[in-house]
Design a protein around this ligand. Structure first.
Ligand code: FES
Length: 103
């Protein structure tokens, strides 16, 4: 599937993301050498993988851990997510996310 990422400078890149490897959106961004610290390695406790979802189909609801972390973020918006908690699935094709200041 394709995932589109708006970078901190406003430019957009399109990434190819395999759906059969159990990867998260964060892992796909890192694999493409985008600047995503993801310090906690996908445990939903650092928020350095914070993205704002600009366009998507149906997304799974955030877990309690993810929702709690998002509430603490100064730059969070109504569509903020932790990209490490978004698993790459066919429904995510065409997803557009923006990297947020924490990332
Ligand atoms: Fe730390 Fe996502 S990588 S919260």
């Amino acid at each position: 599937i394709n995932i589109n990422v708006e970078l901190q400078d406003g430019s957009r890149v399109t990434l190819e993301a395999p759906t059969d490897m159990g990867l998260s959106v964060m892992e796909v961004m890192k694999a493409n050498e985008l600047n995503v610290p993801a310090i906690c390695g996908g445990m939903a406790i650092c928020a350095t993988c914070h993205v704002e979802v600009l366009q998507s189909g149906e997304l799974p609801e955030p877990s309690d851990d993810e929702a709690y972390m998002l509430e603490t973020l100064p730059h969070a918006t109504a569509t903020s997510r932790l990209s490490c908690q978004l698993k790459v699935k066919p429904e995510l094709d065409g997803l557009v996310v923006r990297l947020m200041p924490e990332a």
